[in-house]
Design a protein around this ligand. Structure first.
Ligand SMILES: O=C(O)CCC(=O)C(=O)O
Length: 298
C-alpha cells in the first residue's frame, strides 16, 4: 500500500496526527506504547541473554562484543537476531501491541525482515554513525520500517536514537568509502551537509517505541551514562515489498507474514537504491563495519 492508501484505512491505535507526522518526518516516537507485562518478559529474556554472553570471548554472527568484554563484566554492543534466540522476543515481535501500530503506518499486510538488540553498554557504549537502512537491505519499495523498543528509560546521555527529520524523502547516500569499501554510513562530507536544525533525538521512558522509515538518516551517540541502553529493534515491511539482496541478519523467521496476507504483486517505488556487498559470505554488525573491524563468517 502507498502511504495515501494506508491513510484511507481506519487506524487501530495511532491518531491521524501521528500517522501524518510519520509520513512527513520519517519517524515517530510513541511513548510508553508497550506495557509493564511485556517489559518484564523482555527484560527477563535479556538478562538470560546477558548471562549467556559471559561465555563469549569474540564477536561472531550472534554476539557483537566491545573490547573489554569479559565474563565478570560483560560489554555488549549487539545480540543479532534475538527472535531466534529466545521465544519471548519473537512472541513480542508478533504481538498485537506492536503490529497494530505497524499496521497503522504501513498497512494491514506485514512481513518480518530481521531483528537485533543493540545494548550500547554504559560508560562509552559505541556510537552508531549516520546511515540509511535501505542501503543495507534494499527492497522493491520503501515501506520497511524499524521499530525500536526501549527496555528501560533512555535519557539523552544514554545515546538515544537520533533521526534527521524529513530525510526519508531526500537523497539516498553512498555508504561505501572512496576506496570502494562498505562502511555503512554517510561520508564526513555528506554529514557536514546535514542541517543541524533537522537533528532530532528520541529519548523516552521504558516501553517507548521509536519507529523510523528505511530511508531516514539516523544514528546515535556514545552512551556516557552508567546505565546500558538496550534497544530491541524489529524490522517489518509491507508484504508487497520484496528484498532483492541477502539478508545481513538471517533469521529463521525472515520473510514470515506476521499479519494479513502475502502479496501477489510486488510494488515498486521509483528511484535508484544503493546495493550493499554480498552478505552471504558473512556479516557482523553495523558497529563492527562502521568501526572498520571487518566481517566475521556467518
Ligand atoms: O542502536 C542504535 O542506536 C541505532 C541502531 C541502528 O540504527 C541500526 O542498528 O541500524
Amino acid at each position: 500500500m502507498t502511504p495515501e492508501q494506508v491513510l484511507q484505512t481506519t487506524p487501530k491505535v495511532l491518531s491521524e496526527r501521528q500517522r501524518v507526522s510519520y509520513y512527513d518526518d520519517g519517524y515517530l516516537l510513541v511513548e510508553k506504547a508497550i506495557d509493564d507485562h511485556w517489559l518484564a518478559r523482555l527484560r527477563t529474556a535479556t538478562e538470560e541473554m546477558v548471562m549467556s554472553s559471559r561465555k563469549v570471548s569474540a564477536s561472531d554472527a550472534t554476539w557483537d562484543i566491545e573490547s573489554g568484554h569479559s565474563a565478570a563484566a560483560p560489554k555488549l554492543r549487539r545480540l543479532s537476531s534475538p527472535n531466534d534466540h529466545h521465544p519471548d522476543y519473537w512472541a513480542y515481535a508478533c504481538s498485537d501491541i506492536v503490529l497494530n501500530i505497524v499496521a497503522d503506518l504501513i498497512g494491514p499486510d506485514i512481513k518480518f525482515h530481521h531483528s537485533k538488540l543493540n545494548f550500547k553498554w554504559c560508560g562509552g557504549g559505541e556510537e552508531v554513525k549516520w546511515h540509511q537502512d535501505i542501503g543495507f537491505w534494499p527492497h522493491t519499495n520503501f515501506s520497511p520500517c524499524t521499530v525500536g523498543l526501549y527496555l528501560y528509560d533512555c535519557d539523552n546521555n544514554q545515546g538515544p536514537l537520533g533521526v534527521i527529520r524529513g530525510s526519508h524523502t531526500g537523497t539516498l547516500y553512498d555508504q561505501y568509502d572512496t576506496n570502494g569499501e562498505w562502511v555503512g554510513c554517510l561520508s564526513d562530507d555528506d554529514v557536514t551537509q546535514l542541517k543541524q536544525d533537522d537533528i532530532v533525538y528520541l529519548p523516552g521512558p521504558a516501553g517507548s517505541l521509536t519507529i523510523h522509515n528505511c530511508r531516514s538518516i539516523h544514528g546515535s551517540q556514545v552512551n556516557l551514562s552508567v546505565q546500558p541502553r538496550p534497544l530491541l529493534l524489529n524490522v517489518y515491511s509491507a508484504t508487497d515489498a520484496m528484498p532483492y539482496t541477502f539478508n545481513p541478519l538471517a533469521s529463521r523467521y525472515a520473510g514470515e507474514i506476521v499479519r494479513g496476507k502475502a502479496a501477489r504483486w510486488a510494488r515498486h517505488d521509483a528511484g535508484p537504491c544503493l546495493i550493499p556487498p554480498d552478505w552471504s559470505g558473512g556479516y557482523t554488525s553495523i558497529f563492527a563495519l562502521q568501526q572498520k573491524e571487518g566481517v566475521a563468517p556467518n
